[in-house]
Design a protein around this ligand. Sequence first.
Ligand code: PLP
Length: 454
Amino acid sequence: MADQTKFLLEEEHIPRFWYNIAADLPEPLAPPLNPATGEPLGPDALAPIFPMALIEQEVSTEREIEIPEPVRDAYRLWRPSPLFRARRLEQVLDTPARIYYKYEGVSPAGSHKPNTAVAQAFYNREAGIRKLSTETGAGQWGSSLAFAGALFGLEVLVYMVKVSYHQKPYRRTLMETYGAKCLASPTDTTEAGRAVLAEDPDSPGSLGIAISEAVEVAAKNEDTKYALGSVLNHVLLHQTVIGQEAMKQMEMAGDYPDVVIGCAGGGSNFAGLAFPFIGAALRGDAPKVRAVAVEPAACPTMTRGTYAYDFGDTQQLTPLVKMHTLGHTFMPPGFHAGGLRYHGMAPLVSHLVELGEVMPIAVHQNPSFEAGVIFARAEGIVPAPESTHAVRAAIDEALDAKDAGEERVILFNLSGHGFLDLSAYADYLSGKLEDRDYDPALLKEALEKLPQVG
Ligand SMILES: *Cc1c(COP(=O)(O)O)cnc(C)c1O
């Protein structure tokens, strides 16, 4: 075992392809359906909102998809990202476990999201598109796409959930610094937005509403396409640079993980780290890892939701996809990890949960922030509120290994830093955070509104 703290790769080790787990699935993924007919959706149906290259990746079963040179060149700005052995955290916990973390907060926008944002911007520009529309909750995705738009010369229009727009002015400033336009959703610029405002002029907005607005703009304008920051197969695909680098770095460390952990909102950073490890085991090329996806207890998609066809957005504009869902009308109670508030989960992650390849767990925000603070005091990095969920699970694994007297090897993804979320830490440190449970009656109501299929 190498006696190092950080494991660094050279630029030439930036992966040359993305890894597509669809090639190694023991059972294929259920296809997306046209909500009007209930029939599987052809690639052409997505053409108004996505460029063909991304639609092809969405349905591809090729194991390796080459990363275009301009995208690899953009990756050079922050990749390969470092992998650390959390020696000081191990000491604080007094655990025989070895804890490693891959740090994605070194990207310009501060999270893993630019890994797919730059790829999506590239393919759209290649297809002659001038403008991208998207939604953002806490602002991580909006700022990542704004950054990518600046690199590839695309206009970016971001529908930001209204409560966050007012609560997180710095993310908006970051988007505007990169040259994007940011609107507080619901807006009166779209039919979807106007419909919501007509019913509730004071609507705080939601990710589902903002998606509806952004999709509508793309569908109605020839020169505009839509970009999504999580959930879809091609997004998870782009994130696999994380796990491929981590495999090389674990090799440098002379170790192999028993457990691989990521927080899961839509599932992309978890998949990015875990899929290359899960795939290697499915092919029989490597030992099986326990892959743990950590979701917030207030929005418990995998642990309390239903595996069923549902819409990706509130206004029922998207195709139906089979996933773990709390229902497209479900509104989670307030909590700080904005990036983990989505009602659904990536179909690929959901499928692997059903196959027993991914273990979902749910944790509350106070124990997560507690873990974030322990981590910051030991390792120095302040994790994003979303990432603290993964830190919590990693610490619990290490404590469990201590109880069991086991030398467990734990690898987790630190998906971003929390410098633009310090108000959440301020609330935690002053004891103002509540651990609110979702309302079971509201969940039941939302699940009754799932579309009937077949
Ligand atoms: C957006 C975000 C997440 C959640 O999204 P996934 O698609 O589940 O990865 C997690 N961590 C950070 C830092 C984010 O910005």
